[in-house]
Design a protein around this ligand. Structure first.
Ligand code: MET
Ligand SMILES: [Zn+2]
Length: 751
């Protein structure tokens, strides 16, 4: 058998075992915390134990220590080297670890950011001139290593490399000019840590140092430093597994690394990248092939994997997942009838580990017993079965796709601005982004209906009652353009996915988003088409009750894809176009109903941006095309809004411009000067998200006015709308009442 390993494993437990205790810890006082802590550690041990056992049962060469985290692995690594931000003091306790992640009475939490192009958020390290790295002798790794001794297995120690730890961090003072200044001390602490941990447990046979920043554009000075750091590390340690994932390693970096004697270099073969990696010439003894995709949910095509391996026949190889399995749900065997029809095409985390075992056996001994051959044959069967399944291909959809031509992309070139102005004559129009508080009552109505406890008619009656309440509230606040409030939607993507054919919803397919927050992305498995209209019923009803304009509310194709698991048998953009065709039908129906404004949310538009700059244009091209298709045959008098949930749109301002929407609503509550600058180039209307809905604090009138006045230097007042910076579903009525009154009250102060 050749060697095998798994880059990382899910930390949720099979049934989100850790969530409840974790969340209790977040809100507990000192005494309670003390008691809860022991429970938490017990749960963690159970999860670790199961994770190790799965690997052992599947004959994976190494069990992992260092891939578990109670909140986030970057935060763990910050604690490993004592880089706690000053405002949280120097304590390395678990309580302080949670304080850093969640904030405490006095301090803002550390920032979170999306982990490369995934939906996982990591905690952003903070540095300043005084950051004093040291090896934390009580780091979590130590305890986990002790515990791992119950198995006598070979251990793979996992840490985040010093370059990634620095590069992803933020400088928090005005003195430190260059993060690389901190590198020597950081490197020293990491070396000390590895030496100490290896002394502690001599089952550590291999050290996975993750440097995902290797896929980014790196300046010469960073490249030189990576070379120096790893030359030194590999001088001390002969068993370093240099680990990259998500994309190709930066070409220039390969030159810098070519003489370093790594034990192995791990590469992600997820996107047909084998040809790229076949050619790279590194001195590592082994190449670790990330064959089993850690980011999708499809069965590995074992035949294809075998073929890829054969291309590397001049190298010594180890077999692995492309990246950590935290991006994939835990175990398909927990699924019930919801995805019964497609279950045999799917692999979640546990099944992916089994696949590594099969690939390994296949490769090592083609004549291995009947058992494995059986699994291989079964795999070939299911892969073939999927390729021609009637569940996937629908002639009607395929025909529509084939017929799409240039004229179908409505560029909205001849928008009549005067018509738009005639509907809404005032400057600084106010509106909302869509959702309103999801009260316990609303959730119960939905879950009762789902569990067949109430009839459809009754369910609709109850939801309509909620809509009326939300509409009345907005009239009280004197909002100009109203929304129905989305009480029928749990999660916006899941809501639409339930209605669209070709989508499946899992029961337990949870994936960590951050800390104790998990998401359950629906699965797109086949051609997408509508079973019925998706929003019309609710909008039609709402419209009857008000004279003021009502905004229709849809989710765009990019978000529908990015927040789902998608097909691996066709490119993204084909799936996007299928969604756009559906949205087109819906939007035309809304127009026919007399809805004059329609919002198509695209909160994931930025997350989709490829990692490599040279892929930006391709993304801009297909994503804007799919958006323009939604407007096919739409009148130019219907006003289109979109909403994105972040302010950092420096790199995508051109893309947003190409969507040809009339109004884009963005987050400005935590505004910085970057947005104001970016807006200089933007010629259309902008909805300013002046109310920060991510905290339960009341909206500040002064701050909002200050920001709007700054923005007025770049955008005319008849192009400015005022709104919260996202939907209000996570807020309570008592929080939003005052804030929305405040929001409307700033209008007269601006005119
Ligand atoms: C994550 S963006 C959310 C937009 C959606 N319309 C809402 O208001 O909830
Ligand atoms: Zn949003």
């Amino acid at each position: 058998m050749i060697g095998s390993h798994v880059i990382g494993l899910s930390r949720l437990g099979f049934k989100r075992d850790i969530k409840i205790t974790l969340e209790k810890c977040f809100i507990s006082d000192k005494n309670e915390f003390h008691k809860l802590k022991d429970d938490l550690i017990e749960i963690k041990k159970k999860i670790l134990y199961k994770n190790w056992l799965i690997k052992i049962l599947n004959q994976i060469t190494y069990i992992n220590v260092g891939d578990f985290s109670l909140y986030d692995h970057i935060l763990d690594n910050i604690f490993n080297v004592c880089a706690v931000p000053n405002r949280f003091g120097s304590s390395l306790s678990l309580k302080n670890y949670f304080n850093c992640a969640r904030g405490d009475e006095a301090n803002q939490p550390m920032e979170m950011k999306k982990w490369f192009n995934t939906n996982y958020h990591y905690i952003v390290p903070e540095y300043n001139i005084k950051t004093n790295f040291q090896y934390n002798k009580n780091c979590f790794l130590r305890k986990d290593l002790n515990f791992a001794n119950i198995f006598k297995s070979k251990i793979k120690l996992i840490i985040i490399g010093p370059i990634t730890l620095l590069k992803l961090g933020k400088i928090k003072d005005n003195i430190l000019k260059n993060k690389l200044f901190l590198l020597p001390k950081l490197l020293e602490s990491i070396l000390r840590m590895i030496i100490n941990l290896c002394k502690l447990n001599n089952n550590i046979k291999i050290i996975q140092i993750e440097e995902p920043v290797s896929i980014l554009n790196l300046s010469k000075i960073w490249l030189e430093n990576i070379k120096n750091v790893y030359s030194l590390i590999c001088l001390y340690f002969k068993n370093i597994l240099f680990t990259t994932y998500f994309d190709e390693i930066n070409k220039n970096l390969i030159n810098y690394l070519k003489d370093i004697k790594f034990y192995a270099v791990h590469v992600d073969l997820n996107n047909n990248q084998e040809n790229y990696f076949m050619k790279i010439n590194l001195k590592s003894k082994y190449i670790s092939l990330g064959l089993v995709n850690g980011r999708d949910i499809w069965k590995n095509d074992l035949e294809k994997s075998y073929y890829i391996i054969s291309k590397f026949n001049n190298r010594k190889i180890i077999i692995s997942t492309s990246c950590s399995l935290i991006h994939s749900p835990v175990d398909i065997s927990l699924e019930n009838k919801n995805i019964k029809k497609i279950k045999y095409w799917i692999s979640f985390g546990v099944q992916k580990i089994e696949e590594i075992n099969i690939i390994n056996k296949l490769y090592s001994d083609l004549n291995s017993g009947l058992f494995i051959n059986k699994k291989f044959i079964k795999n070939i069967f299911f892969i073939k079965n999927k390729k021609k399944s009637k569940l996937i291909f629908f002639k009607k959809v395929q025909n529509k796709l084939r017929k799409i031509c240039f004229q179908d992309f409505n560029f909205r070139n001849n928008i009549n601005e005067d018509v738009h102005k005639n509907y809404f004559k005032k400057n600084f129009l106010t509106t909302n982004i869509g959702s309103f508080p999801q009260t316990r009552k609303i959730r119960k109505i939905r879950s009762d209906f789902k569990n067949n406890l109430i009839e459809k008619i009754f369910y609709e009656k109850l939801i309509k009652r909620e809509i009326i309440y939300i509409l009345k509230k907005q009239l009280d606040y004197r909002i100009d353009v109203l929304v129905h409030g989305e009480p029928e939607r749990n999660d916006m993507v899941e809501y639409f996915a339930e209605i669209i054919n070709g989508y499946a919803i899992t029961k337990n397919g949870w994936v960590q988003s951050y800390g104790s927050r998990y998401v359950k992305p629906p699965i797109i498995y086949g051609d997408l088409f509508l079973k019925s209209y998706m929003t019309i019923n609710w909008i039609k009803f709402s419209q009857k009750f008000i004279k003021k304009p009502l905004k229709g509310m849809l989710t765009g194709p990019l978000t529908m894809i990015k927040w789902s698991f998608i097909r691996n048998d066709q490119p993204f953009y084909i799936t996007a176009i299928q969604i756009s065709i559906i949205l087109n039908k819906e939007i035309l129906k809304l127009e026919r109903l007399g809805i004059k404004i329609i919002q198509i949310d695209e909160p994931a538009i930025r997350e989709f941006l490829p990692i490599k700059k040279n892929k930006y244009n391709k993304y801009f091209n297909w994503s804007s095309k799919s958006f323009l298709l939604i407007y096919k045959n739409l009148k130019n008098t219907t006003q289109i809004h979109t909403h994105v949930c972040y302010s950092d749109f420096k790199n995508i301002i051109n893309l947003i411009d190409n969507l040809n929407v009339d109004v884009i609503s963005i987050e400005t509550a935590r505004s910085n000067f970057d947005i104001i600058d970016s807006l200089k180039r933007y010629k259309r209307s902008v909805g300013l998200g002046v109310y920060d809905i991510h905290t339960n604090r009341k909206m500040s009138i002064d701050k909002a006015i200050y920001i709007i006045k700054l923005i007025l230097s770049n955008i005319k007042k008849d192009k400015i709308w005022i709104n919260p910076d996202c939907g209000l579903k996570t807020r309570k009525w008592k929080d939003i009442d005052k804030s929305l009154i405040n929001m409307v009250s700033i209008k007269p102060l601006l005119n």
